[in-house]
Design a protein around this ligand. Structure first.
Ligand code: GCU
Length: 439
């Protein structure tokens, strides 16, 4: 694993993957094999985020973003409208099937069993709060595929309290991981971990790359590799986002088996590609009680059909195609995003009626690549799923000014001025989470 692979998700500005200096040789061969299998000759170029004079230069002009018509989320395949909670359950299954088949891929029945080991445990004090820290390793059973392996790394910290505590699980990096380049300035406020502990919440990290490496050239190993038993991925097999989300669900189960954790109050958080993974985890695992999805952009909460920031061609390029099912490549040529049977509002809707917070930075602080407004509009369009389940969707339909939390409903949105990070939205998310789930 090259350092740049790990570093990409928290660059201060989200950049096209071409900037991330990875070795894509094996990935390109794997991708080409999938294109051949699907009979695709050419993939459209994505948005060029570097050359403003390029014919496909990235668009950051709202006037050119378009006002796309979205697939009707509230109509069943047989044409009937969704009127009640029961209809929605059925529609939800139809939507899941579409995301399985066309976007994120299916988890095969051969997905490995994970056995959890407690690696280390210690008592400590954080910000004056007595805590217990634990390190777990989830070993994937690879007896049927010994050439592949996965050791899922999870660490967590719980405040020492008499009652069971809620926990936020984040997609993250190995412990002690340092980003290359000059040291980053210290955070202005207390770290989010301290903010959570002060509310009586614990925090946990699952190392995404320990579930599945972030590279199309490594699909023969990790949990995907184990499940495939040496054969190449088929067009409907799971991509890396689905694998990360699946691994997070296994981590959730491990946390839930700790007698000090409130298993009904485990949330999931992520930024950027990990924000996409957090949204997928919420969509597929109804046992995640709350989600915090930051700067997830295209392939996450932002509408595919808007021309703003990252586009289909970027997602289908050598550095990102592996996040998705093979079938997804079709929509970057010959089909387009307008041929997709879904859009991001339908992914967001799969979280309903649970609380979900969607955030991003602003375009002028460097988060335009993730199309913050595209996520907002998707959340507006997703809101009927909360209503039909007797909950409350987004409490706005007009794009709010930055720094204005729209958190009155069970679906929330806020834009901060901190660029491509979640840091500046943590206080707002925690207020929302405590209101929704308590201390
Ligand atoms: C790139 C990619 C995005 C992704 C981001 C990240 O910018 O184009 O889709 O979210 O990397 O994860 O940092």
């Amino acid at each position: 694993m090259r350092l740049w692979t790990l570093c990409a998700p928290i660059l201060a500005l989200a950049l096209p993957a071409t900037a991330q200096q990875q070795d894509y040789t094996a990935a390109n061969a794997d991708r080409q094999a999938m294109l051949d299998r699907l009979g695709i000759e050419k993939i459209r170029a994505g948005a060029d985020g570097f050359n403003p004079n390029a014919p496909n230069a990235v668009n950051y002009d709202e006037a050119k973003a378009g006002t796309p018509e979205l697939p009707d989320m509230m109509r069943l395949n047989d044409g009937r409208r969704v009127n009640n909670s029961k209809d929605w359950d059925r529609r939800r299954r139809e939507i899941v099937e579409l995301f399985d088949r066309e976007i994120y891929g299916r988890v095969p029945l051969t997905a490995p069993k994970i056995t959890w080991n407690l690696v280390r445990e210690e008592k400590a004090s954080e910000a004056g709060i007595p805590v217990t820290r634990r390190w777990l390793e989830g070993v994937a059973d690879n007896r049927d595929a010994p050439q592949a392996s996965a050791h899922i790394s999870v660490r967590y910290t719980l405040p020492d309290r008499p009652e069971r505590v809620p926990v936020m699980l984040s997609f993250g990096f190995p412990e002690g991981f340092k980003f290359p380049g000059p040291p980053r300035p210290a955070d202005p406020g207390p770290p989010y971990t301290e903010q959570l502990l002060k509310q009586g919440w614990g925090y946990a990290v699952v190392v995404a790359n320990s579930i599945q490496a972030d590279n199309g050239g490594a699909l023969k190993t990790g949990v995907i590799g184990i499940s495939l038993k040496g054969r190449p991925r088929g067009p409907e097999d799971w991509g890396v986002l689905r694998a990360w989300a699946w691994g997070a669900s296994r981590a959730r189960e491990a946390l839930a088996s700790d007698a000090k954790v409130d298993r009904r109050r485990i949330g999931i958080e992520g930024l950027s590609r990990y924000g996409k993974a957090a949204l997928v985890a919420m969509a597929y695992d109804p046992q995640f009680a709350i989600g915090f999805v930051g700067s997830s952009g295209a392939g996450g909460a932002a509408l595919y059909r808007r021309n703003f920031g990252e586009r289909m061609g970027n997602l289908a390029a050598g550095g990102e195609y592996h996040w998705f099912a093979g079938n997804f490549l079709k929509y970057a040529g010959p089909k387009t995003e307008f041929d997709l049977p879904v859009d991001a509002h339908m992914l967001i809707a799969l979280s309903a009626p649970r609380p979900l917070f969607i955030g991003a930075g602003t375009v002028d602080t460097g988060d335009g690549w993730v199309d913050p407004k595209g996520s907002f509009l998707a959340a507006v369009a997703a809101s009927p799923a909360w209503t039909v389940r007797g909950a409350k969707g987004l409490n706005a339909s007009v794009f709010p000014p930055e720094l204005t939390p729209v958190t009155e409903g069970d679906l929330a949105f806020r834009q901060h001025r901190g660029g491509h990070n979640n840091r500046d939205n943590w206080p707002s998310f925690i207020d929302f989470a405590v209101r929704e789930l308590g201390r």
